[in-house]
Structures are given as C-alpha cells and as structure tokens.
Design a binder for this molecule. Structure first.
Ligand code: GTP
Length: 441
C-alpha cells in the first residue's frame, strides 16, 4: 500500500487551514464507564449539562483556522446523528462529520484509514483529541507553540504526582526548549511526572508518513507466536490469519508513534497548568462535571443557575427540570431534563440525570442518579469525596476496592429512608435495605 500525500505549499506560519479529529472509540470500549455506558455511549454522556464531546467542540470552535471536525470511531452511524445535527446549530462555523471504522483500528489506525478525507483541502495542521479527557483544551496556545518552534508535532502535557505518573504516557522534555526528548507509554518505572493529556497537534506532512512507517515496521517484523504450554504448542503457532490481520491493523499513537517522533521529529510539549482529568470510570464523571462547572462559573456562563441561599454555585439546572425552592443544591451539581428535586432535599457534588426524581428531605452526595431513577423521601445516597489532585476514582473500604462515587444506573429505585453508600447499582434495581461498598447486580 503506498500513500500519496498531495504536495502542499508550506505556509508562512501565519495560520494555514487546520482540521480537528476527536477519537470517540466504540461500543466495545468504555467498559469501565459501566453502568452508565450501558445506556448511552460514553462520548455523549452529559457532564455540566452537555455531552462530553460538546466540551471538546467548544474548544475547537475557538480556533479560527478550523472549519472541519471529524469524529472517528466504530459506533454505528446512527449514534452521533442527533448530536451532529444539534451541534450544527450550536457551532455554525464547524462542519462536523462522523467517520466510522469497520473495526477498532487503534488511535492512529483510524486516522490513517481516513487519511484522504482528513487531507482533503490540504490542511497544514491536524489536532487529534481523545474524547475521554476533560480539560480546558488550550488549542490556540498549542498552535502558537507549533508556529514559534516550527514544530512537526505538539503534545499537551500536565504534571501529576510521581506515584500516578506510570499510569500514563510519560514525557521527558528539555525544560528550556520544551522539546520532547523521550516518550514512553505507561513505563514500568518512574521516568517523568509530565504526562500525555491525549491532545495533539500534528503537521499534516508528518502525521501520516509516521503512521505509515509504524505500519511498515509492524509488517516487516517476523510473525512470532508465543506458546502457552507444550500440549497446545502446535495450535498456538498456527495463528488464525484473520485474527492476526486484525491485530496488525491496530496502530496506536501512544505505543507505536509518539516514541519514534520523540527520537526523530521536531516534537514539542505544551504544559498546561490548568485542570486535566481522564474520563475512564463512571465515577470520573463527577470530577469532570465539577471541573467543567467551575470553568463555566469562571467564564461567567449564562448556562448556570443564579446563586441564592439554596443554590451554592456552580450549579447547572436544565430549563425543564423542577427544583423546589427549599431544596439546597451545590456546589458542582448538574440536573438534567425533566428531573424533579422535591422540598428539603440536599444535593451536592452530583449529577442527576434526565427524568430522575429526588424525593423530599433526601440527601444525594458525590453520586450519579441514573435516568428515570428515584431516590425516596429521607433516603441518603452518597459517595466519598476524593482529593482534588487525585486521578483515582476508587477507595479501599474494609479491605475491598470500591468506587468512591455512588452510581445508580437507569431506572433504579431507592426506598424511603434507605442509605446507599459507595455502591454501583446496575439498571432497574430496587434498593429496599441499606447497602454499602457493593456492586448491586
Ligand atoms: P487505556 O487508557 O490504555 O486504559 O485505554 P483506553 O481504551 O481507556 O483508552 P485509549 O488511550 O486507548 O483511548 C484514547 C481515546 O481514543 C479514547 O477516547 C478512545 O475512545 C479512543 N480510541 C481508542 N481506541 C480507538 C480506536 O480503535 N478507534 C478510535 N476511533 N478511537 C479509539
């Protein structure tokens, strides 16, 4: 397979066309987001009143040189149809298209598969955003760094604690020039606490040839198979061709491309001092919700509920939700369409989804209340607060690892006066007794 990249005049750096890609994954991914991803694809889950990828689009919309955005994933075509229709009115300057991979091709494989579409119109730069991150997406700053340094690639980085760093892609950089010297995905031992935020800017001239080289390295490698035990020796050497071909097509930016770019390209890091979190587990929607709400508050967004004695900002209440004036909400609460919150209820650091009912005098803390779920009168549904700097969403309770956030899936019911603590409750469950530190299936 040979790649013909159309020749493009090099611009004077004053801002040639730029395109953006949001990697949305597919139905087989986002399993750690269960039970919420059982009912909605993770990229469309609402935090701070908007789907996760809406926050990415808002940042993309602020880059004047971007007119086209691709969502690349392997969900069914219909999944993003309504979202794209709504986004067309909200982001009139962006043409947004969904491109569907025929199977999971990996974070670089999908880009490569759709290279002709992406390169159409000869963009100079391409932003690639993982859809499962929550941050302020300083895209204009990354673009500016690329122009200052005449960079071929720029990665967004952030500092985390030493203990957390090895869970991420680690960047070793020259602190003076900001050049990336070394990149290792989830290293076995500590090399740096500057980590990959999953937001990149690539020169169009460099991205696709780099992926192509990685594919070539992969194909040239002899097909080695490891055997598990002497009795299945024969069968384990005979790898199924389809399975092997599929694996060969998976190319990941993190494992297959970035390390090589650090060795051979003009690769720079833009370090953000602003917030950054991954949205992997369902519980991580709570810090993401809080961070986006805080950002909306700082920017004076009209989306937020007006502060009052019973509204501690930031709070987002959908216009169709009904909140009793004696209910006390906030900080960091989002209430979805047609949800009802009755008299005397207390809701803090939580997401209440569409059509949920929070009955009078109940208490909802550090929790997600699923679509059409009901929390009974005087009930208490709560999780455990986590330090703001933590990238972890689980805690140890009685020697067992549990989610810090309590999550009720769709159409769950918590009886009157029942207490639910640090539980994950699958859809359609009815809780009639007190529960703590359990997954209710
Ligand atoms: P770990 O972080 O390594 O545990 O894996 P993960 O699957 O949770 O995330 P990964 O870093 O692989 O994915 C980063 C982003 O790319 C997420 O937004 C995924 O939805 C998306 N993604 C992952 N694999 C694919 C793929 O094969 N195709 C597309 N289009 N997107 C993908």
């Amino acid at each position: 397979m040979s790649l013909q990249i159309p020749h493009r005049e090099k611009s004077n750096g004053a801002g040639g066309a730029t395109k953006a890609v949001i990697l949305v994954g597919g139905a087989s991914r986002g399993t750690r987001f269960r039970p919420l991803s059982l009912d909605v694809p993770k990229p469309l889950f609402e935090v701070a009143g908007h789907p996760i990828i809406w926050h990415c689009l808002t940042a993309i919309g602020k880059v004047p040189s971007i007119q086209e955005v691709y969502l690349i994933g392997y969900y069914e075509e219909s999944v993003f149809r309504d979202f794209i229709k709504d986004a067309a009115t909200e982001f009139p300057n962006l043409a947004i298209k969904y491109l569907r991979e025929y199977q999971a091709l990996g974070t670089a494989g999908g880009l490569y598969h759709f290279r002709d579409a992406i390169l159409k119109g000869r963009p100079e730069h391409i932003f690639v955003l993982n859809s499962d991150v929550c941050c302020s997406f300083p895209l204009n700053e990354m673009l500016q760094l690329a122009q200052e340094k005449d960079a071929e690639a720029v990665i967004l980085g952030t500092r985390v604690s030493e203990e957390a760093a090895t869970n991420f892609g680690c960047i070793v950089s020259d602190s003076h020039t900001r050049r990336v010297l070394h990149y290792v995905e989830k290293p076995e031992s500590h090399i740096s606490n500057l980590i990959n935020c999953g937001v990149y800017l690539f020169s169009a001239d460099v991205l696709f040839p780099s992926i192509r080289s990685a594919i070539k390295r992969r194909t040239d490698r002899p097909r080695l198979a490891s055997y598990r035990s002497s009795d299945n020796l024969a069968s384990s050497f005979m790898i199924d061709d389809d399975e092997e071909n599929q694996k060969n097509e998976v190319i990941r930016l993190e494992q297959d491309i970035l390390g090589d770019m650090a060795d051979s390209k003009q690769f720079f890091v833009y370090e953000t001092k602003d917030f950054w979190r991954q949205i992997k587990t369902a519980g991580s929607a709570i810090p993401a919700n809080a961070l986006y709400l805080q950002k909306a508050l700082q920017s004076g967004s009209k989306d937020l509920a007006a502060p009052s004695a019973n509204i501690i900002p930031p709070v987002y209440i959908h216009p169709s939700a009904q909140v009793h004036p004696t209910a006390k909400l906030g900080p960091n609460v989002s209430v979805g369409p047609r949800a009802t919150i009755d008299a005397g209820a207390r809701v803090k650091e939580s997401i209440v989804l569409e059509d949920a009912e929070i009955k009078h005098d109940s208490c909802v803390l550090y929790s997600i209340i699923g679509w059409s779920s009901r929390v009974g009168a005087w009930a208490r549904v709560e999780g455990t607060p986590m330090p703001v700097t933590s990238h972890n969403t689980s805690i140890i309770k009685n020697g067992v690892k549990v989610q810090a956030i309590t999550i009720l899936g769709k159409e769950c019911a918590v009886g009157d006066e029942i207490r639910v603590q640090n539980c994950v409750c699958l859809p359609f469950k009815e809780l009639k007794r007190d529960v703590a530190n359990e997954v209710i299936m």
